[in-house]
Design a protein around this ligand. Structure first.
Ligand code: HEM
Length: 460
């Protein structure tokens, strides 16, 4: 509903708590969108929020007005008590963000990340061998392979098992921070003075959680970095994000300063948390799509057979000649949004948009679910149809879903080139050597899978 400046008073509070408590509650936000429009205002425990339901509005706010819409919501629990304030994804828009995003963007851009193709192919071939040995453990094999790939790219650290010490640390830390980031879970985020309560005080259990979080935050930042640094200094390191940054610093100033180390440890420390579960989720949805749609699988395999032949596995350079496989992966990002509500941005200052007053420090949520399920852009949105991205001559190509799935504006995912390469290699390698199908019981009858999608509140 349109209201006029000056104030947020009198805004409609839409939806109700029940809507927010059901699993996959963002599905309801599509209804809010059709009822209230592309911009929906809510108040959660006094905190103003807007939900952006259309791609055009997302571009208007996050891209055309990016100076104002590139902040992040702050949280006492995450930023202050647990000291995750070094983490790029939770930094406010400003000098520190620019200082950290610069090296991250430079490292992950396509021209640099292509140097890691051999390493990625090696990891993917290890995945194929594990899948051959015990296909029933497919999700564990995927997790291990993706963890190893990210650890190799970031620290030059190869892992054999998911119980690897650095991976365990990164997993525990990621779980902790994801929990702490959930809006409204901790009262201290609503009533900040509670942060002064000692941990023995009745009801101050959050202080114990915070203390553990602060330790994990410190260890995640410095333990893997020191390990990788030692390998670089002893000459036993392979090329990685850490080694490249250390070389850049030495070339520019002849030595590694404390400030350099603070940047390298922060930029490398975030990679596992940001990249492992998201890429894993995309590949799990890919396997689900193949299981449910054998016709799609067959068409993709035929394309690979024709283009690549049967004497080698696909490479990144084959991508332009595999349009159906590329369309399949676009459809995976659209059909099963991994981050249905993206990652929240926040306004720095008050703004007016199309007659709406948007206060300063409003949390701005891109409703990626609604954008990717928009029937005007993607007719029959619940159906899995890669061919929608191969339109007949003269027909319009629907919007590339990765323009939504990887976020917007100045906070867009910097890891996108790496994620896309990893997903392409794993998906096409699996298609080349395996058939993915529904399981059968002992008497040979097909077991219909029951699709259950787990979400930790951020990543599905
Ligand atoms: C399928 C895989 C992935 C998806 C769908 C994904 C999606 C996203 C999204 C939606 C955001 C928030 C963008 C915004 O605020 O508008 C984000 C941020 C980020 N992603 Fe990814 N991501 C993926 C993989 C990766 C990988 C592999 C890495 C690095 C190893 C990575 C690193 C980051 C970082 C550092 C941020 C924070 C950027 C900032 O706050 O400025 N992501 N990602």
């Amino acid at each position: 509903r349109k209201v006029h400046p000056p104030g947020p008073k009198g805004y409609p509070v839409v939806g109700n708590l029940f809507d927010l408590m059901v699993p996959e509650w963002w599905r309801n936000t599509v209804m809010w969108g059709s009822q209230y429009g592309d911009v929906v205002f809510l108040r959660s425990l006094g905190q103003p929020m807007i939900m952006v339901n259309s791609y055009d509005v997302a571009v208007d706010l996050f891209e055309k007005r990016s100076m104002n819409y590139s902040d992040r919501p702050t949280s006492v629990m995450v930023n202050e008590l647990q000291q995750w304030d070094w983490m790029l994804s939770s930094l406010s828009y400003g000098e520190q963000l620019k200082k950290l995003r610069g090296p991250v963007q430079k490292f992950f851009e396509s021209s640099n990340i292509q140097h890691y193709e051999d390493m990625q192919k090696n990891e993917t071939q290890k995945l194929l061998r594990s899948l051959l040995r015990s296909p029933e453990n497919y999700s564990q094999h995927l997790k291990t392979s993706l963890a190893s790939s990210i650890m190799m790219v970031t620290f030059g650290h190869e892992i054999d098992s998911f119980d690897d010490l650095l991976v365990t640390l990164a997993r525990m830390a990621s779980d902790h921070v994801e929990m702490a980031m959930q809006q409204g879970l901790f009262l201290v985020d609503v009533i900040p003075w509670l942060k002064h309560l000692p941990k023995w005080f009745p009801g101050a259990g959050f202080q114990v959680i915070a203390e553990n979080g602060a330790k994990l935050s410190h260890d995640l930042r410095y333990v893997p970095y020191r390990y990788a640094k030692d390998k670089v200094l002893t000459g036993s390191a392979t090329r990685s994000f850490t080694s490249q940054q250390m070389e850049d610093c030495s070339r520019l100033s002849g030595k590694l300063t404390e400030d350099d180390e603070a940047v390298i440890s922060a930029t490398t420390g975030i990679c596992y948390g940001a990249g492992a579960s998201t890429t894993m989720s995309a590949l799990m949805f890919f396997l689900l799509a193949l299981t449910l749609h054998p016709d799609v699988q067959k068409r993709a395999q035929d394309e690979i057979d024709q283009v690549v032949g049967d004497s080698r596995l696909p490479e990144l350079s084959d991508r332009p000649r595999l349009p159906y496989c590329s369309a399949l992966l676009k459809e995976v990002h659209r059909w099963c949004p991994i981050l249905p509500l993206g990652v929240a941005h926040a306004t720095r200052e008050a703004d007016t948009y199309e007659g709406y007053y948007i206060p300063a420090k409003t949390i701005v949520i891109p409703n990626c679910w609604a954008m990717l399920m928009d029937p005007n852009e993607y007719p029959d949105p619940d159906a899995f149809k890669p061919e929608r991205f191969l339109p007949d001559d003269g027909q319009r190509m629907p919007r590339d879903p990765t323009k939504i799935a990887f976020g917007f504006g100045r906070r867009v995912c910097p890891g996108k080139p790496l994620a896309e390469n990893t997903i392409f290699l794993a998906a096409t390698h699996i298609l080349t050597v395996f058939n993915v199908s529904k399981a059968t019981s002992e008497d040979g009858s097909v077991i219909e899978p029951i699709v259950k999608i787990h979400s930790d509140g951020v990543v599905r």
